[in-house]
Design a protein around this ligand. Structure first.
Ligand code: NAD
Ligand code: DAU
Length: 339
């Protein structure tokens, strides 16, 4: 089949493309990406020349461009990773989050209706459920947990999720939706916790931990997420949502300390900075449904995954050094300068 993967020059989208090209060599993958600050064409260099792969620079909000691509490629399925994805940026400037995450998703689904596409899969996040208390380890996010987004980012993703389900009910669009916990692994942009801490450690720079570092995230190695999305795309039931996570809750401070230990850097680099506005306390996914219905379980444990990730950042310094030498510098100054 032909699959359009939007946002495939970003972190998870690129890992998904690598997964698809190796797991399903019979499929054709068309990556559509606007190449925002978070999209990096060099990430896709290893597959650029493959005959079953095509890259198209495209904004998912550009209706005419999206329709033209659908007309040309006649895809069987669309997997939508394209999004503005960083919570801190959404607090600074929400507008582009509403545009890409909500309007862009609507444009893609309109094209799916127009061209009779067999499956639209929306890549969602656990952040739409809001947060859980730190002292209630018995509570987990299920697919039935009410939406209670905290940040402009998560609210825009919740808006997209609602739109996806509305298109299914109103127009019968064959959709699936997945909501995943925090991913980590190769090619993650160094504004996110794990790659930021690795890069700063390697440059002997302060490690800015928000608040007291007690917030909890539920970490999943990116390849496990990609396998799950692939399964939902092929075997998930239409109109259904699947939570994806690996029961791997960690306090932020413990992750930062682990990274220091792995890299042999002193914990004195850790600097506690002003907390994120509206900072979610704890995320924790209950992945029972995807395990029960589709047989998915994570394969990479956290220690192993973190080691592989650190190894990748050590072996691919030019990938992230190019990023942090550019426009990222002024972003970093803006975000962390007065904190
Ligand atoms: P990312 O920021 O690394 O990549 C986003 C990609 O989308 C970039 O390549 C960017 O150029 C592209 N893009 C942005 N706006 C676009 C537009 N208007 N048109 C076309 N392309 C556009 O993000 P990521 O971390 O890889 O996340 C991918 C998806 O997964 C997002 O939808 C995010 O909400 C979701 N998600 C992420 C995580 C995580 O931990 N990173 C967890 C759960 C869900
Ligand atoms: O849960 C899924 C979500 O995970 C995705 O939907 C988002 O796209 C993705 O960015 C991620 O959101 P988070 O806000 O959890 O990720 P981030 O890496 O920004 O932060 C993780 C935790 O670390 C959070 O509690 C804030 C904290 N943090 C983050 C940064 C960047 C710090 O303490 N210091 C930092 O410098």
């Amino acid at each position: 089949m032909t699959v359009i993967v939007t946002g495939g020059a970003g972190f998870i989208g690129s890992n998904f493309i690598f997964h698809m090209l190796s797991a399903h060599p019979e499929d054709r993958i068309v990556c559509a990406d606007k190449l925002t600050y978070a999209g990096n064409l060099s990430t896709l260099r290893p597959v650029m020349e493959e005959s079953s792969f095509r890259f198209v620079k495209l904004d998912i909000c550009d209706r005419a461009g999206v329709y033209a691509l659908f007309e040309e490629e006649k895809p069987d399925a669309v997997v939508n990773f394209a999004a503005e994805s960083h919570v801190d940026r959404s607090i600074e400037d929400p507008g582009v989050f509403l545009r890409t995450n909500i309007i862009g998703t609507g444009v893609l689904m309109d094209a799916c209706r127009e061209f009779g596409i067999g499956r639209f899969h929306q890549v969602g996040t656990d952040e739409v459920y809001g947060d859980l208390p730190l002292d209630r380890s018995d509570l987990l996010f299920t697919e039935e947990t009410p939406l209670r987004a905290s940040s402009p980012y998560s609210a825009s993703k919740a808006g997209a999720d609602l739109l996806v389900m509305a298109y299914h009910r109103t127009y019968g669009l064959p959709v699936t939706l997945s909501r995943c916990s925090n991913n980590y692994g190769p090619y993650q942009f160094p504004e996110k916790l794990i790659p930021l801490m690795i890069a700063n450690c390697l440059n002997d720079k302060p490690l800015p931990v928000y608040g007291e570092g007690k917030n909890v995230r539920d970490w999943l190695y990116v390849e496990d997420h990609c396998r799950a999305v692939d399964l939902v795309l092929r075997k998930g039931r239409e109109g259904e949502c699947y939570n994806i996570g690996g029961h791997n809750e960690m306090h932020n401070i413990d992750i930062v300390k682990l990274i220091c230990a792995e890299l042999g850097k002193p914990e004195s680099l850790i600097t506690f900075v002003t907390d994120r506005k509206g900072h979610d306390q704890r995320y924790a996914i209950d992945p029972a449904k995807i395990r029960r219905e589709l047989g998915w379980t994570p394969e990479t444990g956290f220690q192993d995954g973190l080691r592989k990730t650190i190894r990748w950042y050590l072996d691919n310094r030019s990938w992230w050094e190019e990023i942090i030498s550019g426009e990222y510098q002024s972003y970093y100054q803006r975000m962390y300068g007065g904190r």
